[in-house]
Ligand binder design. Sequence first.
Ligand code: ZN
Ligand code: ZN
Length: 229
Amino acid sequence: MAELLTTKETLVALDNIIKRAEKYICIFTFNIKIDENYLTRLRNASKRGVKITIVFGVDNGDPQVLDAVLNISNCTVYFKPQMHAKFFYNEKELLVGSMNLSEASAKNNFELSVLFSGEDYLSVISKVKEEAKEIISDSTDWKNLLPTIERRNKKELSFRPKFTNEAGTCIRCNKNIPLNPAKPFCSACYNEWAEWGNEYYLEKYCHQCGKGKESISFAKPECYTCYKN
Ligand SMILES: [Zn+2]
Ligand SMILES: [Zn+2]
């Protein structure tokens, strides 16, 4: 069967996919902001021995949520920058639609999706799995990106807050952004950078004075003169 679902029905269907899974759950979502309810559902699935795979496409979520997800056993999280598809499946049902695994989607958006089960599930699932495999083969295991992200978060915490209202420059494109050496990219350049997450990759501009400089990187976003001040 293939059923067209509204927002509320989509939420119920996603719940069911997680609750009824016996072997595996695969979640492909652009956004990964999730609340405690979803975390509990995923933890319960994991306790039943269900293997969970999550692939997400944008690193703008709460690091604590990602940590919580990573602490679920049987759960692997992959990051595939700009992966914008949203689909969820277990061994019996497949949900394809506009909804992210995100609180925002659940609360504010108008969503439309299609739920495949029975014969219709069987007729599409192998192609979906092929596609999923391809996406995952081009993704980074989130655990391997963690050391970089932890350093970024630590840097953020240790940073002097007096700078936050001042103007700075994106070290890659020279666009004006708030001054914060822990976040020296505009969001577009950040997403580009995050694909590799190389802290020492050379960028072009000093985050503070905006001048073209040679030894600028995520790790050292300011020129020597600005850093000294
Ligand atoms: Zn930029
Ligand atoms: Zn400078």
